[in-house]
Design a protein around this ligand. Structure first.
Ligand SMILES: [Fe+2]
Ligand SMILES: [Fe+2]
Length: 237
């Protein structure tokens, strides 16, 4: 098999693992017991701005805005990786990273669709200015920052994404802990075929939180070998 044939082969991206009810509860407990990462100035500014714009309370509408932004680093990553494909010696590894990055981008897209669906089902208003235009502008800035960091200092770009994912992981798990009534509310299963059907809304949020943990670990692993041609060091996490 030639390298070219391998690269062109269509391959279904594999997303984060889907967990059963007991594992989802264990994942929530593990997240809530773990300290958050130490966030840098860019991440703290982003989180502060979202708190100011959308309020400190956790909820579907605020989560949807964060998911809108969360896709950005993966788009940047796919573009950057596509540029590396011509380097045949690294082609297979680049291809594998592209598959992984696209899987994470798709996963974030499902999160966004699920949260928008939940917000609509709850009749929550999403005014155009605050919930369409503002996230788009923030995503545009985040795109430029991610791209610049990836070019001049890839480790900082992956670290920023890891901090964003860590924040999301803790926010989802804390939200479930704050709202025990979610355990009695059914998952509407609007995207069950693509994302799975869960026993309750609480488990749906726990699954999303666990996905964010997987994204975080992948970004932290990427920090150890941010440029192709370097071997990744084990994280021991
Ligand atoms: Fe997400
Ligand atoms: Fe994520």
């Amino acid at each position: 098999m030639t390298t070219t044939a391998l690269i062109d082969r269509p391959e279904a991206p594999v997303g984060p693992p889907r967990l059963g009810p007991a594992d989802l509860r264990a994942a929530q407990a593990r997240t809530l017991d773990a300290p958050r990462l130490r966030y840098g100035i860019l991440a703290r500014a982003l989180f502060k701005m979202t708190d100011l714009a959308y309020g400190p309370e956790r909820g579907s509408v605020k989560f949807a805005m964060l998911e809108f932004i969360a896709r950005v680093p993966y788009r940047v990553g796919c573009l950057a990786l596509a540029r590396c494909r011509r380097r045949s010696a690294l082609a297979r590894r680049v291809f594998e990273r592209i598959v992984q990055t696209r899987a994470e981008q798709d996963n974030e897209q499902w999160h966004l669709l699920i949260l928008q669906d939940l917000a609509q089902r709850r009749g929550l208003r999403q005014p155009f200015l605050r919930h369409r235009l503002a996230p788009w502008l923030v995503a545009l800035c985040y795109y430029q920052v991610s791209w610049l960091l990836l070019v001049i200092r890839p480790q900082a770009s992956y670290r920023l994404n890891a901090e964003f994912e860590d924040h999301a992981e803790h926010e989802y798990m804390a939200y479930v802990a704050e709202h025990p009534e979610l355990d009695a509310q059914p998952d509407p299963g609007t995207y069950a075929a693509e994302y799975g059907q869960y026993g309750s809304l609480a488990d749906l949020f726990r699954q999303i939180g666990h996905d964010e943990r997987m994204h975080k670990l992948d970004s932290l692993a990427s920090m150890s070998a941010p440029r192709f041609g370097q071997d990744e060091a084990p994280l021991g996490l």
